[in-house]
Design a protein around this ligand. Structure first.
Ligand code: ZN
Length: 427
């Protein structure tokens, strides 16, 4: 790939200052969320290094990733799946409260195509380094993802055959289904007169313009009319169920099922809100639920009480929604898949899941609880099964030698991670 060669040759991008100096408040949020009881008086936990450069909820336009162009090209070529596979951090020294860090990114490379369990794909690697005020490097990270072409899996037996009602995705409707896959309900808009229209089409019915863009709907609406479907049978659906024409607060109407209440309780004029329903491995549909329906995730105990250490020497962490959300926010990772169950499901996940910055922090926590008074020099994490809400993550380890600990983090689906922690020599 010529682009990959050019990006690699371009070397490090200009440094970007981290949003905040290393500070006690963010360290305290992080240690409390992760259950880390280590003593970090005026130094930051090494595994927190990436947190200092996270953009937060609002990303500045200059904060483009070093691999964004390559990832975009692979998306366009059909390699739309993405899963992180490796995160290796090396710590030159601990950083202290008050230090103002900066970060640089550089593209690493692309290898592939390779056959993997996820499907054919390319491994994309980039590097991020952190520097102090004297431009001395304090840490470096390798980050690798697999961009894969999602495999065509046979439909589940319960659907009685391939679910027949696939949307016809064409040039006029691709934006809509791209939106659904990104957790958005997009409404086409005339780029000239601004009139909204649904279903999407090539021409504005109001001014006959062919120029169009879209807006993202709020997801609120009311039932304009509905039917309750009893017959004929539809594979993948269990009748009876309510199919409604929903009038969005933006003014256009859209057809969708009303889930989350018995079909005989659906009424014309009933306020509803958008939910995304995953039909199978490929298809997500925008659907509706009563506006006052409770959110899907049950309330849970706070993270502080969710962490228990069994006598076996392993570290067991109950992955409550509170734990997953508070650790994501404490690591300044606002990706919806770590706090919004509907968006996580719309993107093909079973539920919200632990983010990578937390996984590496937990490896450090386990390593320092196992090897006392040590300082990590590097942590290499290889990622596997997602750590979903409701599961339990169990960390166990093997001492390889004085300076090396191998760590395994298991969830019900298998290994969430395997890691190697190397320690600096005793001072
Ligand atoms: Zn128009």
């Amino acid at each position: 790939m010529a682009l990959a060669g050019r990006l690699a040759a371009a070397g490090e991008r200009p440094p970007l200052p981290c949003p905040d100096p290393v500070n006690a408040a963010m360290i305290r949020n992080w240690t409390q969320a992760l259950g880390d009881t280590g003593t970090w008086d005026d130094v930051a936990p090494p595994a927190m290094i990436q947190v200092w450069s996270m953009p937060g909820l609002v990303r500045r336009p200059d904060q483009k990733g070093a691999a964004d162009q390559v990832l975009g090209m692979l998306d366009a070529a059909g390699y739309t799946g993405i899963v992180a596979t490796n995160c290796d951090q090396t710590y030159d020294r601990c950083v202290k409260v008050g230090e103002q860090l900066s970060t640089r990114m550089r593209f690493g490379g692309v290898t592939g195509p390779k056959r993997t369990a996820m499907g054919e794909g390319y491994f994309v690697t980039w590097y991020q380094s952190w520097y102090d005020e004297n431009d001395e490097r304090v840490a470096e990270m390798l980050f690798r993802v697999l961009k894969f072409r999602p495999g065509k899996r046979p439909p589940a037996a319960s659907t009685g055959g391939r679910y027949p009602l696939r949307p016809a995705v064409g040039k006029d409707t691709a934006f809509f289904w791209d939106g659904v896959n990104a957790g958005e309900l997009r409404i086409q808009r005339c780029a000239d007169c601004g009139t909204l229209r649904h279903p999407p089409g090539p021409m504005c019915p109001h001014c006959h313009s062919l120029n169009r863009d879209h807006v993202v709907a709020s997801g609120r609406g009311v039932v304009h009319s509905y039917v309750v479907h009893h017959h004929p049978p539809v594979p993948g659906r269990t009748p009876p169920y309510a199919v409604a024409v929903v009038e969005l607060e933006e003014g256009v109407r859209i057809v969708g099922n009303v889930n989350g209440c018995p079909p005989d309780q659906v009424r014309v004029g009933m306020p509803v809100r958008l939910v995304f329903e995953r039909m199978d491995d490929e298809l997500v549909l925008p659907q509706w639920t009563p506006a006052d329906a409770p959110p899907p995730a049950p309330p849970s105990p706070p993270a502080a009480t969710a962490v228990a250490e069994p006598a076996s020497g392993g570290l067991e962490i109950e992955l409550t929604p509170t734990f997953i959300i508070s650790t994501a926010i404490a690591t300044r990772d606002f990706m919806p898949v770590h706090h919004d169950p509907a968006q996580a499901r719309a993107q093909g996940s079973k539920d919200i899941f632990v983010n990578i910055l937390t996984s590496i922090g937990l490896v450090q926590r386990y390593a320092l609880e196992t090897v006392r008074d040590a300082t990590p020099e590097s942590i290499e994490v290889r990622l596997g099964a997602p750590a979903y809400a409701g599961d339990t993550l169990t960390l166990t380890g093997d001492r390889v030698d004085d300076r090396t600990l191998r760590v395994r983090g298991a969830v019900s689906l298998g290994d969430h991670l395997t890691a190697t922690v190397r320690f600096k020599e005793a001072r």
